[in-house]
Design a protein around this ligand. Sequence first.
Ligand code: XLS
Ligand code: MG
Length: 344
Amino acid sequence: MTKFKFSVGPWNVHEGADSYGPATRKTIPIEEKFKKFAELGFSAVQFHDDDAVPNINDYTEEEIKEKAREMKQKLDKYGLKAEFVAPRLWMDPHTQDGGFMSISQEDRDYAMWRAYRSIDIAHELGTDLIVLWLAREGTLCAESKSPVWATKMLIEAINKMLEYDPKIRVCIEPKPNEPIDRSICGTIGHVMAISAATIDPSRVGGNLESAHAILAGLDPAHEIGFALAMGKLMTVHLNDQNGIRYDQDKSFGVENLRAAFNQVKVLKENNYGSHGEYVGLDVKAMRTTRDEDSYKHLENSLNIFKALEEKVERFDYDFQKKCVENRDFESLEMYVMNLLMGLA
Ligand code: XLS
Ligand code: MG
């Protein structure tokens, strides 16, 4: 059984600003975050392209590679790997109407420039994985672009990335909405279809985020299972979400404990991680959290995951088998609830 390895992105430790209010915590330098990540037991760091190379627009391709090499030295200092690099295609003015699906050719070219630089940065950081969270890929006005055209533009963009580098793997992180109104690729099922439509489906897979599945009204463990069945779960973003509202990136398991148990169970039962995959977190502290508690949500998420992993290890599969044979799901459900309540 593979021992799980964990990853986290620097944006998980943030200043607390939201759409309705300013920061509530001080900025922590990225190297200080790496030190703490290593102390907490994380094995890898997730990056946006401009986490690795801030102000990326200001540099040439060679300068970007040089700055990525400098970032790699920082990772090495703390014994950390880079899990993936994600082009941040939602902040720059060129991405106001999306990147790959922007109506503007100039903006689409910019999005591809960032995608290619992400691949260059990934090489220097020692990873072959690119994550595409398609934040603004879709429509704010339904009639502004054809969903057929937009879907084909996404496939074309991924094909260009696959051609740019024969080894790179592209991992789409689906989300049904926010900040976009109608996403073009909103669930892991859409991701599997996009993968199959590319020039090399073996190099295109998915990153399932718990909260994004919940926002789509779906069960995260089943979404994970679907991608595992296709052999295309390249990573996960575990967190939690209090129903269908704004994306909350809550600590793993704090809202839906049984759903979290089933996410751990489906990962463990299917030997997730045996090909080097990481258990990635994508969690944010509450805005009210004080500076001195800036990492508590990460510790809580890791502790809940490990506590649930211990319950999966104790799961009585013989009892489950007996209940299923007798179609006694009431007893099976009560057993799971007792297990989670510490009564079994
Ligand atoms: C959305 C994404 C985002 C990161 C990775 O959930 O994971 O948090 O920016 O692209
Ligand atoms: Mg995420």
